[in-house]
Design a protein around this ligand. Structure first.
Ligand code: OOB
Length: 552
């Protein structure tokens, strides 16, 4: 029986993906467990701990059985709010071994997001770091737990406090479990169930939850791993938030584990911390968002480090400009840049390492699977002429058929025949690869982190000095975009700090706070009465231009 709230793939598609060998009807836990045994003697994690596959697997196995003893099991939901620490990996494996479903929150999320996810997916457990940065995660977890009707356990990376219901992940990975290994074998886990809940960049008031199934997610990392030149002695640096689909499985940790290669974890993308890891661990593969690499390229100490081990740089999440790609290959002299155009919803495009340099510089790649059905459509929903810009719609063996539990959103996010409407505007390049030209969806892409304008506007409207508001992207040389709020005031115009103060009070993740406010008498409306956000985006871009000229 399909899990409630999850849209299954239609029968004829599922049968085809099975027949082609894409879906293997194995649980992701079994697939990963197989790699763990196959590579038992090899090093799985190189930094900040050094664990072999055998050690990681033994820890994850004990953790899995201890989680069973806590009452978690197949289909239990667990909100994972961890930075890039080894506990993330042992927990991810353990949850896969018991068929529980982790929801991948970002470390920057706060009450507004976490409170919602916990209730929305009816999470039984919530994982936090004992300490990370300046934010008190344990105190935060106490608040989340006391406000929740479903949450029973708080799983802590690091020492757990004495509070009831708080347990240390490390302790559970080391203590002898009440159940033997046969308890794991006896579990019934449906490979068509979600194995992970990813989060959508999203354009709605609340972020949407993406169910990725065992069948589709194992295939996802396997296939994109096959075009990344991964060799057993390779090392992947994970410096972007590890739960995100890109570093987790596209190709990410999952593909590197399939090959018996290793991963090095950094809890920050800062050059000063990352460069020594690259040097010491002889990192071969990077997965970055452009903002991260621009930060590195601008670091005055970059040339002091030996970066010669790096062969492959995957960049995704945001447009990677041709000039930046060229500068990147100058700084990492032995590396080739490969752009990934991906989405937590599924579809992955990637330029190939053997594409001509110009094609790698110009394009965001092409789909990874022959069964990825990709179309570019015009306003009328019909296909555009080759070479014209159209909205990307897609369907395939690892692309979702519906967001979790939001039928009304699904009705407008998918075509009648099940294509996901991405809201991205693309153009076909003569090489057969695609170029990203923009988007139709209402979001701000801040250094690869997606911010739903509607989510922020909904909150800002509750400010007494805000009569109307429209949030739009403004250009930024490093992050690509930041968010500007155009406000029609009620009474005295609010300052930026008034708005961000309200958002902080509401517990909205800080990266979603607008960074500029423009007070206006009215918002420009289309003949249909819709706010013309493109007009506002142009207005703030022009303002920034004038300001930078007057500073020069
Ligand atoms: C990745 O996933 P999400 O879910 O955070 O964001 C997806 C959206 C896409 O719909 C597109 O708007 C944008 O991010 N995007 C790009 C891009 N890659 C993603 N826009 C321009 N150029 C690119 N190369 O961002 C993601 C997931 C897996 C792998 C890589 C990225």
């Amino acid at each position: 029986m399909a899990m409630e709230g999850v849209t299954p793939f239609p029968q004829e598609f599922a049968a085809r993906y099975r027949q082609l060998g894409y879906w293997r009807d194995e649980t992701l836990g079994n697939v990963i467990g197989g790699w763990m045994r196959e590579h038992a003697e090899r090093v799985a994690i190189r930094h900040p701990v050094e664990w072999t596959y055998g050690e990681l697997d033994a820890r994850a196995g004990r953790l899995a059985r201890n989680l069973l003893a806590l009452g978690l099991g197949p289909r239990s939901r667990v909100v994972v709010h961890l930075p890039n620490v080894p506990e993330f990996l042992e927990l991810y494996l353990a949850l896969q071994y018991i068929g529980a479903i982790p929801l991948m929150a970002l470390p920057a999320h706060r009450e507004h997001e976490i409170g919602h996810y916990v209730e929305f997916v009816e999470a039984e457990a919530y994982a936090v770091p004992a300490s990370f940065g300046r934010f008190d995660f344990l105190e935060f977890a106490r608040g989340i737990r006391s406000n929740s009707t479903c949450l029973r356990h708080v799983l802590v990376a690091g020492p757990a406090p004495a509070d009831e219901g708080f347990v240390s992940i490390g302790d559970l990975a080391e203590q002898d479990p009440a159940f033997g290994p046969e308890a794991l074998e006896a579990l019934e886990i449906d490979p068509d169930d979600p194995c992970v809940f990813q989060l959508s960049g999203g354009t709605t008031g609340i972020p949407k939850v993406i169910p990725r199934t065992h069948n589709d997610y194992a295939f996802n990392s396997h296939l994109i791993g096959s075009v990344n030149d991964i060799r057993p002695d390779d090392v992947l640096l994970v410096a972007a938030p590890i739960g995100h689909n890109f570093p987790l499985a596209s190709p990410g940790v999952q593909a590197f584990f399939e090959f018996g290669a290793s991963v090095a974890l950094s809890t920050t993308p800062r050059a000063a911390e990352v460069m020594p890891i690259i040097e010491r661990c002889r990192v071969t593969h990077l997965e970055v968002v452009p903002a991260m690499i621009i930060g590195w390229l601008n670091d005055e100490h970059l040339a002091d480090h030996d970066l010669s081990s790096v062969r492959v740089i995957n960049s995704g999440g945001q447009k990677y400009q041709r000039e930046t790609k060229i500068r990147t290959e100058e700084a990492f002299a032995n590396a080739k840049v490969q752009e990934v155009f991906g989405m937590a919803e599924g579809l992955l495009m990637i330029s190939r390492l053997d594409d001509p340099a110009d094609v790698r510089y110009e394009t965001a790649g092409r789909p990874i699977c022959p069964e990825d059905e990709v179309q570019l459509v015009g306003e009328d929903g019909g296909p555009v002429e080759p070479g014209e810009v159209g909205e990307l719609i897609c369907r395939g063996p690892y692309t979702l058929r519906g967001y979790y539990k939001v039928p009304e959103v699904n009705a407008r996010s998918f075509t009648a025949d099940g294509f996901y409407m991405s809201g991205d505007l693309l153009r076909l390049h003569p090489s057969g690869n695609y170029i990203v030209e923009g988007r139709r969806k209402d979001l701000v892409n801040r250094g690869g982190e997606k911010i739903s304008a509607e989510e922020v506007e909904d909150l800002l409207l509750s400010h007494p000095a805000v009569k109307m508001v429209a949030c739009v992207p403004m250009p930024d040389p490093v992050l690509g975009e930041r968010m500007c709020a155009f406000v029609v005031p009620r009474g005295a115009p609010p300052a930026l700090a008034d708005l961000t103060g309200l958002l902080a009070e509401r517990g909205l993740a800080r990266f979603k706070h607008p960074e500029r406010v423009e007070v206006v008498d009215e918002l420009p409306l289309s003949p249909f009465g819709k706010v013309q956000k493109n007009v506002l985006a142009k207005r703030v871009a022009d303002l920034l231009e004038v300001e930078s000229l007057s500073r020069a």
